[in-house]
Design a protein around this ligand. Structure first.
Ligand code: ATP
Ligand code: MG
Length: 553
């Protein structure tokens, strides 16, 4: 493995660490805070952490960063585990930062004893004001020089529950004039009288992220602690704790977070979309959550391929949503069976046809082993309303009066006349067929340009089909926060379209939740959780081509 040409910077670091003997094998971790469902950005982090460990025969732990009892919940823990498994990864061990609370507390006492931590009585507001700015140094707290004995006593009493929330906090004693604001006596512990989803009421002091994270890495002997770029300014503090405590030297490495166009990714914002009813749920198919993508019809393979293809960057960038759809199309093109479905039906009556017959249809032209199926045909079919025009322009190659088209897998038909209701809506299209064109083959070399799909009106299923568009109209709805607007001002009011009169070929009667198909000419579709054998419900995962990019240009 000494071909360094195609390695990303993390792989380069790991290969060099393994070579130099800095570590024997690697251990990575994925550290979600259980305060929401995982999104596609987390998928990137998961693929990276698990992917690196797999490549270098190491291990990856799942560690819940559950240090904030107020926002966290077991529902999120469960959903996170389900999503990681669904993506196809297995963690070596399932850990919780809360399992380390006792050890973290002991280490805080060690820091106090070394004169490196103190209990501060200032309010959070005072602490913030006294931190100074990037240009100016902060002010020492009046409590900064408490004795080791007093600090030890106060911290033990903080744990014992003698104080109210916010009355006291524990801070590291580093340097209030440090050029890195994170090193200006950062907060280690705060008092929060709240029930924790795992430790219950055992604790009323909780460690801050910076204090808990590196030490948790160290406890687990994580060799490469990979996180997103915004944590690079936390790294000196990460290293400081490890050095002062003299514990296993985990190292932090930062990569650019995944930003995806036309969506938001902060859990806080996603929670707001759910709570305020802009979407139905965390797994609404329009959500950028892993569960949303799953429900929409994405496959784990497509998401993994997407994450691999976008690579690992050191600088922030915006990835176009269409790359995700590209990865899905590529995967489903190989795997999804083709079927015929009509979303916006109108009747097509073949006046010179009698009876009913079964015709051969290929399941997947990309995969011969999928074979073929039989679809039923009669004199009354449904076709898409859009496939007929009364006054067609020149380049309209579908059905019009006097024009001939091919019905997929069936026959050539020529339109003769139409029927309308009193309002002028077309209620039926009449045609005649050429019996010699069976299978859609030309009997005499004459060409028809258009091929349209259909289902047999006398033998089909009713279904609801949900079509989706981008959830936001703005490429970067987050950035607009700066202009006095919020991301909510850019919600696309037309992101969901529900079609209730769809007709599907009979072969779909056994379709199970999350089964995926290509509806010929219409896109890739997946069975929604709302679907029942009596009433099928499909989601469109994506169209067959990238219509969005075209629409924009
Ligand atoms: P959010 O801001 O969406 O709430 P977070 O970073 O607070 O996300 P965590 O649960 O703390 O969410 O994240 C778990 C891991 O996933 C962290 O290592 C974090 O760096 C990583 N991660 C989060 N968002 C992204 C992203 N957009 N791209 C890549 N990695 C991400
Ligand atoms: Mg976080």
């Amino acid at each position: 493995m000494d071909n360094t040409q195609n390695l990303n910077f993390l792989e380069e670091i790991i290969e060099s660490d393994l070579k130099s003997g800095k570590c024997e094998s690697i251990i990575t971790r994925f550290p979600p805070e259980p305060n929401g469902y995982l999104h596609i950005g987390h998928a990137k982090s998961i693929c990276l952490n698990f992917g690196l460990a797999k490549k270098y025969k190491g291990r990856t732990n799942l560690r819940f960063d559950d240090t904030n009892p107020v926002k966290e919940d077991i529902e999120y823990v469960d959903s996170i585990k389900e999503d990681i498994k669904w993506l196809g990864f297995e963690w070596a061990s399932e850990n919780y930062a809360s399992d380390y609370f006792e050890q973290l507390y002991e280490w805080a006492l060690v820091l106090i004893k070394k004169g490196l931590a103190y209990v501060d009585d200032q309010s959070l507001e005072e602490i913030r004001l006294n931190r100074g700015t990037i240009q100016s140094p902060g002010k020492d707290s009046p409590y900064r020089n408490r004795s080791i004995e007093e600090n030890t006593d106060l911290f033990q009493r903080m744990r014992a529950g003698e104080f109210e929330d916010g009355e006291k906090i524990l801070r590291a004693k580093i340097n209030m004039a440090h050029s890195n604001m994170h090193m200006r006596d950062p907060i280690l512990y705060r008092i929060v009288h709240a029930e924790h989803h795992r430790t219950g009421n055992k604790w009323c002091i909780y460690p801050m992220y910076d204090y808990a994270h590196g030490q948790s890495d160290s406890i687990e002997k994580i060799t490469h602690s990979i996180c997103t770029l915004e944590f690079d300014i936390h790294r000196p503090l990460y290293d400081w704790f490890i050095e002062q405590l003299g514990i296993f030297p985990s190292h932090q490495y930062e990569f650019a977070r995944l930003n995806l166009s036309y969506t938001v990714m902060s859990k806080r914002k996603l929670l707001q979309l759910v709570k305020e009813g802009y979407v139905r749920s965390w797994d609404d198919p329009r959500m950028p959550t892993i569960s949303g993508f799953r429900r929409r019809g994405y496959t784990p393979e497509s998401i993994r391929n997407f994450c691999d293809n976008i690579g690992v960057a050191k600088r922030d960038n915006l990835i176009d949503y269409s790359r995700l759809e590209f990865a899905l199309r590529e995967d489903l093109n190989k795997r999804a069976d083709r079927v015929m479905a009509v979303l916006n039906p109108v009747k097509l009556i073949i006046d010179n046809y009698e009876g009913e017959e079964l015709l051969d249809a290929i399941n997947n032209p990309e995969d011969e082993s999928k074979g073929s199926r039989q679809i039923s045909f009669s004199d009354t079919l449904f076709i898409e309303r859009e496939d007929f025009m009364e006054n067609p322009p020149n380049k309209f190659f579908r059905l019009a009066i006097g024009k001939e088209v091919r019905l997929r897998y069936a026959y050539f038909v020529t339109c003769t006349h139409i029927e309308k209701d009193e309002q002028g809506n077309i209620t039926a299209i009449h045609c005649t067929y050429d019996p010699l064109s069976k299978g859609g083959n030309s009997p005499d070399g004459r060409k028809v340009k258009g091929t349209i799909h259909w289902v047999n009106a006398k033998n089909c299923l009713d279904a609801e089909v949900r079509l989706f568009d981008r959830l936001f109209t703005e490429e970067t709805p987050d950035k607009t926060d700066e202009e006095g607007k919020t991301f909510l001002d850019y919600i696309n009011p037309y992101s969901l379209q529900i079609l209730t009169e769809c007709k599907l070929e009979k072969s779909l009667s056994q379709a199970k939740h999350l089964n995926k198909y290509q509806f010929e000419r219409l896109g890739y579709f997946s069975v929604d959780y709302d679907s029942t054998p009596e009433r099928l419900v499909f989601n469109r995962a994506c169209t067959l081509k990238d219509s969005w990019t075209k629409q924009q240009s």
